[in-house]
Design a protein around this ligand. Sequence first.
Ligand code: GLN
Length: 212
Amino acid sequence: MKIGVLALHGAVIEHIEVLRKIGVEPVSVRLPEDLVGLSGLILPGGESTTMRKLVARWNLREPIMALARSGAPILGTCAGMIIVAKEIAGGDEPVFPLLDVTVERNAFGRQLDSFETELAMPIVGDRPVHAIFIRAPIIERVGPGVEVLARLPDGRVVAVRQRNVIAISFHPELAGETRIHRLIATMAAEYAEPGEGTGQRGAEPWSLREAK
Ligand code: GLN
Protein backbone atom coordinates (compact mmCIF):
# COMPACT_ATOMS: atom_id res chain seq x y z
CA MET A 1 0.00 0.00 0.00
CA LYS A 2 1.36 3.39 -1.00
CA ILE A 3 0.45 6.84 0.28
CA GLY A 4 1.48 9.92 -1.65
CA VAL A 5 2.70 13.25 -0.34
CA LEU A 6 2.15 16.24 -2.61
CA ALA A 7 5.77 17.27 -3.07
CA LEU A 8 5.56 20.58 -4.89
CA HIS A 9 6.43 22.74 -1.91
CA GLY A 10 6.26 22.85 1.89
CA ALA A 11 6.74 20.35 4.73
CA VAL A 12 7.07 17.31 2.46
CA ILE A 13 10.00 15.37 3.88
CA GLU A 14 8.57 15.34 7.39
CA HIS A 15 5.41 13.56 6.21
CA ILE A 16 7.49 11.11 4.19
CA GLU A 17 9.50 10.28 7.30
CA VAL A 18 6.40 9.70 9.42
CA LEU A 19 4.96 7.38 6.75
CA ARG A 20 8.23 5.40 6.68
CA LYS A 21 8.25 5.21 10.45
CA ILE A 22 4.81 3.59 10.52
CA GLY A 23 5.74 1.15 7.74
CA VAL A 24 3.90 2.75 4.82
CA GLU A 25 5.62 3.26 1.47
CA PRO A 26 5.64 6.99 0.72
CA VAL A 27 5.48 8.39 -2.81
CA SER A 28 6.47 11.96 -3.67
CA VAL A 29 3.79 13.36 -5.96
CA ARG A 30 4.91 15.97 -8.47
CA LEU A 31 3.16 14.85 -11.65
CA PRO A 32 -0.24 13.30 -12.40
CA GLU A 33 1.35 9.91 -13.13
CA ASP A 34 2.77 9.79 -9.60
CA LEU A 35 -0.82 9.36 -8.35
CA VAL A 36 -1.29 6.01 -10.09
CA GLY A 37 -1.63 3.18 -7.59
CA LEU A 38 -1.89 5.38 -4.51
CA SER A 39 -4.30 4.50 -1.72
CA GLY A 40 -4.18 7.91 -0.06
CA LEU A 41 -2.65 11.35 -0.33
CA ILE A 42 -1.24 13.89 2.11
CA LEU A 43 -1.34 17.60 1.29
CA PRO A 44 1.34 19.18 3.48
CA GLY A 45 1.73 22.57 5.11
CA GLY A 46 3.50 25.39 3.38
CA GLU A 47 2.03 28.32 1.55
CA SER A 48 -1.34 27.71 0.01
CA THR A 49 -0.99 30.39 -2.67
CA THR A 50 2.22 28.76 -3.91
CA MET A 51 0.61 25.33 -3.83
CA ARG A 52 -2.39 26.62 -5.75
CA LYS A 53 -0.12 27.87 -8.54
CA LEU A 54 1.97 24.71 -8.69
CA VAL A 55 -1.08 22.43 -8.68
CA ALA A 56 -2.42 24.30 -11.72
CA ARG A 57 0.94 24.38 -13.44
CA TRP A 58 1.50 20.63 -13.14
CA ASN A 59 -2.11 19.72 -14.03
CA LEU A 60 -2.69 18.01 -10.72
CA ARG A 61 -6.10 19.42 -9.91
CA GLU A 62 -8.32 17.01 -11.83
CA PRO A 63 -6.40 13.81 -11.03
CA ILE A 64 -6.27 14.66 -7.31
CA MET A 65 -10.00 15.45 -7.32
CA ALA A 66 -10.60 12.09 -9.02
CA LEU A 67 -8.52 10.24 -6.41
CA ALA A 68 -10.43 11.95 -3.61
CA ARG A 69 -13.80 11.25 -5.23
CA SER A 70 -12.90 7.58 -5.59
CA GLY A 71 -12.83 7.45 -1.77
CA ALA A 72 -9.06 7.44 -1.16
CA PRO A 73 -8.23 9.15 2.13
CA ILE A 74 -6.85 12.66 1.86
CA LEU A 75 -5.11 14.37 4.78
CA GLY A 76 -4.56 18.12 4.56
CA THR A 77 -2.38 19.79 7.20
CA CYS A 78 -2.27 23.58 7.58
CA ALA A 79 -1.91 24.93 4.01
CA GLY A 80 -3.19 21.47 2.99
CA MET A 81 -6.33 22.21 4.98
CA ILE A 82 -6.81 25.47 3.12
CA ILE A 83 -6.58 23.82 -0.29
CA VAL A 84 -9.22 21.15 0.47
CA ALA A 85 -11.79 23.64 1.76
CA LYS A 86 -14.85 24.46 -0.32
CA GLU A 87 -14.68 28.04 0.88
CA ILE A 88 -11.75 30.31 1.77
CA ALA A 89 -12.66 33.43 3.73
CA GLY A 90 -11.81 36.57 1.79
CA GLY A 91 -12.91 35.10 -1.49
CA ASP A 92 -9.95 33.08 -2.82
CA GLU A 93 -11.13 30.41 -5.23
CA PRO A 94 -11.06 26.91 -3.74
CA VAL A 95 -8.35 24.55 -5.04
CA PHE A 96 -9.80 21.10 -4.23
CA PRO A 97 -13.39 21.79 -3.11
CA LEU A 98 -13.77 18.60 -1.09
CA LEU A 99 -14.62 19.66 2.44
CA ASP A 100 -17.75 21.65 3.28
CA VAL A 101 -16.07 24.19 5.55
CA THR A 102 -14.95 27.80 5.43
CA VAL A 103 -11.33 28.36 6.41
CA GLU A 104 -9.69 31.58 7.44
CA ARG A 105 -6.01 31.80 6.56
CA ASN A 106 -3.45 33.08 9.09
CA ALA A 107 -6.23 33.18 11.64
CA PHE A 108 -4.09 33.80 14.69
CA GLY A 109 -2.61 37.09 13.55
CA ARG A 110 0.88 38.38 14.14
CA GLN A 111 0.88 38.22 17.93
CA LEU A 112 0.19 34.52 18.00
CA ASP A 113 1.90 33.62 14.76
CA SER A 114 3.05 30.21 15.97
CA PHE A 115 2.33 28.26 19.14
CA GLU A 116 2.15 24.76 20.54
CA THR A 117 -0.51 23.19 22.69
CA GLU A 118 -1.99 19.87 23.78
CA LEU A 119 -5.34 19.05 22.24
CA ALA A 120 -7.89 16.34 22.84
CA MET A 121 -8.47 14.42 19.62
CA PRO A 122 -10.51 11.36 20.61
CA ILE A 123 -10.41 9.78 17.14
CA VAL A 124 -6.72 8.93 17.69
CA GLY A 125 -7.06 7.89 21.33
CA ASP A 126 -7.13 9.24 24.87
CA ARG A 127 -3.64 10.73 24.94
CA PRO A 128 -3.76 14.38 23.78
CA VAL A 129 -2.11 15.39 20.53
CA HIS A 130 0.83 17.79 20.71
CA ALA A 131 -0.28 20.38 18.17
CA ILE A 132 2.14 22.83 16.53
CA PHE A 133 0.43 25.77 14.84
CA ILE A 134 2.45 27.83 12.32
CA ARG A 135 0.62 30.76 10.74
CA ALA A 136 -2.26 28.38 10.88
CA PRO A 137 -5.75 28.54 9.44
CA ILE A 138 -8.90 28.05 11.49
CA ILE A 139 -12.23 26.57 10.47
CA GLU A 140 -14.88 29.25 10.71
CA ARG A 141 -17.86 27.31 9.41
CA VAL A 142 -18.53 23.59 9.58
CA GLY A 143 -21.08 22.30 7.07
CA PRO A 144 -23.54 19.48 7.63
CA GLY A 145 -21.83 16.12 7.26
CA VAL A 146 -18.55 17.45 8.61
CA GLU A 147 -17.39 15.94 11.87
CA VAL A 148 -15.33 18.05 14.27
CA LEU A 149 -12.24 16.09 15.44
CA ALA A 150 -10.54 18.72 17.62
CA ARG A 151 -11.09 22.19 19.02
CA LEU A 152 -8.97 24.71 20.83
CA PRO A 153 -9.95 25.37 24.47
CA ASP A 154 -11.86 28.46 23.27
CA GLY A 155 -14.00 26.25 21.03
CA ARG A 156 -12.49 27.13 17.67
CA VAL A 157 -12.37 24.18 15.29
CA VAL A 158 -8.92 22.96 14.21
CA ALA A 159 -9.52 19.44 12.89
CA VAL A 160 -12.40 17.99 10.87
CA ARG A 161 -13.37 15.03 8.76
CA GLN A 162 -15.88 14.65 5.98
CA ARG A 163 -15.96 11.05 4.77
CA ASN A 164 -12.50 10.32 3.40
CA VAL A 165 -11.11 13.83 3.81
CA ILE A 166 -9.38 14.90 7.04
CA ALA A 167 -8.06 18.41 7.53
CA ILE A 168 -6.13 19.78 10.48
CA SER A 169 -4.80 23.26 11.19
CA PHE A 170 -1.64 22.07 12.90
CA HIS A 171 1.46 20.01 12.05
CA PRO A 172 1.51 16.49 13.51
CA GLU A 173 4.56 15.63 11.38
CA LEU A 174 6.68 18.17 13.27
CA ALA A 175 5.68 16.91 16.70
CA GLY A 176 6.68 13.24 16.55
CA GLU A 177 2.97 12.44 16.40
CA THR A 178 2.24 9.33 14.32
CA ARG A 179 -1.35 8.54 15.23
CA ILE A 180 -2.96 10.79 12.59
CA HIS A 181 -0.85 9.16 9.89
CA ARG A 182 -1.79 5.74 11.28
CA LEU A 183 -5.44 6.73 10.96
CA ILE A 184 -4.90 7.70 7.32
CA ALA A 185 -3.00 4.45 6.75
CA THR A 186 -5.91 2.45 8.18
CA MET A 187 -8.31 4.30 5.90
CA ALA A 188 -5.97 3.73 2.95
CA ALA A 189 -5.75 0.01 3.67
CA GLU A 190 -9.52 -0.20 3.70
CA TYR A 191 -9.67 1.72 0.42
CA ALA A 192 -7.06 -0.55 -1.17
CA GLU A 193 -8.75 -3.73 -0.02
CA PRO A 194 -12.29 -3.17 1.17
CA GLY A 195 -13.10 -5.55 4.01
CA GLU A 196 -15.98 -7.95 4.15
CA GLY A 197 -19.36 -6.37 3.87
CA THR A 198 -18.14 -3.14 2.37
CA GLY A 199 -18.85 -4.33 -1.16
CA GLN A 200 -17.18 -2.66 -4.08
CA ARG A 201 -14.73 0.15 -3.74
CA GLY A 202 -16.63 3.33 -3.19
CA ALA A 203 -19.95 1.57 -2.63
CA GLU A 204 -19.76 2.06 1.09
CA PRO A 205 -16.69 4.04 1.97
CA TRP A 206 -15.24 3.15 5.36
CA SER A 207 -15.69 6.75 6.27
CA LEU A 208 -19.43 6.54 6.51
CA ARG A 209 -18.98 4.41 9.60
CA GLU A 210 -18.80 6.10 12.93
CA ALA A 211 -15.31 6.61 14.27
CA LYS A 212 -14.61 4.70 17.46
N1 GLN B 1 -0.21 30.59 6.29
C1 GLN B 1 -0.12 29.55 5.30
C2 GLN B 1 -1.14 29.79 4.18
O1 GLN B 1 -2.01 30.58 4.32
C3 GLN B 1 -0.29 28.17 5.91
C4 GLN B 1 0.82 27.96 6.93
C5 GLN B 1 1.29 26.53 7.06
O2 GLN B 1 0.98 25.66 6.25
N2 GLN B 1 2.12 26.30 8.05
O3 GLN B 1 -1.06 29.16 3.17
